[in-house]
Write a protein that binds this ligand. Sequence first.
Ligand SMILES: *Cc1c(COP(=O)(O)O)cnc(C)c1O
Length: 357
Amino acid sequence: MSRYTGLIEHYIDRLPVTDATPVISLAEGNTPLIQLVNIPRLINKDVDIYVKYEGLNPTGSFKDRGMTMAVTKAVEAGSKAIICASTGNTSAAAAAYAARAGITAFVVIPEGKIALGKLAQAMMHGAIVLQIKGNFDAGMELVKQLSESSPVTLVNSVNPYRLQGQKTAAFEIVDALGKVPDYHCLPVGNAGNISAYWMGYTEYAENGPSNGNTPVMCGYQAAGAAPFLRGHPIEHPETVATAIRIGNPQSWDLAINARDQSGGWFDEFSDEEILATQKLLAENEGVFCEPASAISVAGAIRDIRSGKIPEGSTVTCTLTGHGLKDPDTAIAQSSETISVDADEAAIRKVIEANMAD
Ligand SMILES: *Cc1c(COP(=O)(O)O)cnc(C)c1O
């Protein structure tokens, strides 16, 4: 039988588990690598762009990759509860994997600044949801302290097992392409994911199928939440892309290392550019990701247009989360629906008015 049973079992030789480890899995990973067919034509460039559609993980974001490892190791160590700070997706994943494991999840989120789908998930899976009058960075400091003073395991990406799980996305890309991409573009918030990808790519280069090759790592931030562009943490991060509304990234040094060792760069985008790219992907490729995810494609497009990424390149972009996570932002930027009588002639009129010549 060849049923896919999750990334831990699939990459067991490259992860810190033993035969005795009680694997907590929802069959995460193995997400599609979709080639963009219309956007390269629209920008009139000869490039291969692929999106790693992480929105198709069980809770709708790449956080499941880290959470299967973190919760597995927490349960192996006898932990009865986990805790995290979250802009939303970490809380959704923590809640789901804790439910699966039969342990308690405490999630600390910024009041009023979390996308509705993510809040629904944390509540539905039975997590204890704590909304604080403070942002993600404040929550992060609190849960770090609490994990030392209370019997709860911290499952933010400062937990090293998170990055171990997340590095498997890089393995999947190389396995799917049969080669290493030339450039890898992704959003940078707390900076765990860019660090995990770099870990995965270098591991496959040094001791795997990549033959010494690694991609150039390109990380993108929202202009209102761009500590890596400013060169220091920032106090009041603001962006519509709530998943990357972070001013004090915990994996600062690892992310700088990924950039420098790979010969890569960081860049920033306005909220308007982020939303325009989210819409571009949805309307032209049929791929619906959340705002934070779209910044990877915004970055790829800008850098391909400028020639920083040359024609002939193979580029991969991580679409970190599903568009359904944040229905409010999606609806707010879309055209209105059409009210019409329940009548064939009335609807035919609308069809005729909207058919391309
Ligand atoms: C967590 C998250 C990010 C940011 O990843 P980091 O590891 O914090 O840099 C980006 N997009 C989405 C959808 C996320 O959930």
